[in-house]
Design a protein around this ligand. Structure first.
Ligand code: SF4
Length: 100
């Protein structure tokens, strides 16, 4: 998740391998559906699309690049590595869909 400390620098958005990060006020998409933004004035991470970079990188890339360290673990969405890997597989299907 991204906390209120976000300064809207946009560094994290292009780093996310799952396109789970969106600019505040912009809608997010998954499996061809569009949903309302989860935040209006700061960047946000869609929990359903975040795999904490499991399967891609050693550590979450948003947290690695954020200049104010406001990309943190969301206590409301504790997930095991296995769950995150399963989500990654599902998201691959979404990426295939978006490419068509
Ligand atoms: Fe906000 Fe950090 Fe992302 Fe910059 S890198 S937009 S400060 S969450």
């Amino acid at each position: 998740m991204i906390t209120e400390e976000c300064i809207n620098c946009s560094a994290c958005e292009p780093e996310c391998p799952n396109t789970a990060i969106y600019e505040g006020g912009k809608p997010w998409t998954l499996f061809g559906e569009t949903y309302d933004p989860l935040a209006e004035s700061i960047y946000y991470i869609v929990p359903d699309k975040c795999t904490e970079c499991v399967g891609f990188h050693e550590e979450p890339q948003c947290a690695a690049v954020c200049p104010v360290d406001c990309c943190v673990q969301d206590p409301n969405f504790p997930e095991t590595k296995e769950e995150l890997l399963a989500k990654k597989e599902q998201l691959e299907a979404d990426k295939q869909m978006s490419r068509k």
